[in-house]
Ligand binder design. Sequence first.
Ligand code: SF4
Length: 413
Amino acid sequence: MGRILVHICCAPDAVYFLKRLREDFPEEELIGFFYDPNIHPYEEYRLRYIETERTCRKLGIKLIEGEYDLEGWLRSVRGLEEEPERGKRCSVCFDFRLERSAKLAKELGCEAMTTTLLMSPKKSIPQITESGRKIAEKYRIKFLPLDYRKGGGTQEMFKLSKELELYQQDYCGCVYGLFKQKEGEIFWDLVSFKGRRPGSKEETVLIKEIRMLAESFGLPVKEIEFPFLDWKVVEGYVKVDGKAIPSFVVPFSRSVKGRVRADVERVAGNTLYLSKQFVRLRLVEDFKDAPVEEITGITSPTLLVPASYKEKLLRSRVEVTLRTELGEGRSRVLVVGSEEAEFILGVPADTLQDGRGYGKEFFERLLKEKQEDIKREKVCLLLLGAHSLGRPGERFFEELTGRKPTKTMPYPP
Ligand code: SF4
């Protein structure tokens, strides 16, 4: 066999599978193909792709990214939404991904194909093999039904994933599996944000992208995961005369019951107090969201509104709705360089509610500029996840290493 096409579903399943494949087929060229339009939402797809790219780079395996044809995939499983895992929907899902893989294998002149789905602990090897064989036969290539799970393979896979600090997904991939596998907890998995809210998939995508870039420069990298007190706005608005006005919710504000319709009963400095449920409206000249430096607990429902609305708010009835959620979140600090470096520069990896934050291009420039200083241990760069909610990453880093960032950049103006 000259070339083998390997359909790849995610990095954790690929890392050990590819290693073994390389050992068992030392003469063959391996070509990875990431074709998984079943993954939902798109941020989750990006995360799994980035981690696959990082893994393939480490192993020196060429990787091709397929099209994210979500609509095509959804059409193919129509009518099978309620099927259980390992049922008919999964068979169609395997067929969909392997058919495209076989087509590419043929185009690239591969004599055989296989899939890292075979490594996935929760999947049925006979079910995947049936799909793979049937499709490979159609394209007149060979399907390799490799079982690398046995003989401690699964444990090895977990070990390698941990060593490489690979992103570990907690559901199979599709929206239907998500509903079944994460009952009641899926709301936040399906929400996309304007920026990168603390602990979100968008934040993790950025951290993983910068990690891959730093590795490509030959810089030492490490991820430190940490839990934090997460606070989210589910729904919130301020209306005057029935019309919504611009507002930001102050972090750690609690929810209001139902809908508050009230007048301003007191003005103290720049704060307007409504007559019900302790709602406060803070008037700000420079209307922007602000990060929380220290968490002092749950506060009364407080919203920032532009100062220009003051007269209107004083004259009219005000309507406020606010639903927030408090719980445990997970985020990470990306450490680029040595913790012993002379200068530690912290940069927030999340964005504020108004979308202000540092983008990928900024970090790329920073890394290019500082790479020599990082190699010489003069500078260490920290990408701080969930920074806007009380600097939890900074604190966790300090707790673990006894070092504080020499400087942490404020959010951009
Ligand atoms: S549960 Fe997994 S294998 Fe089954 S249809 Fe969804 S993504 Fe495909």
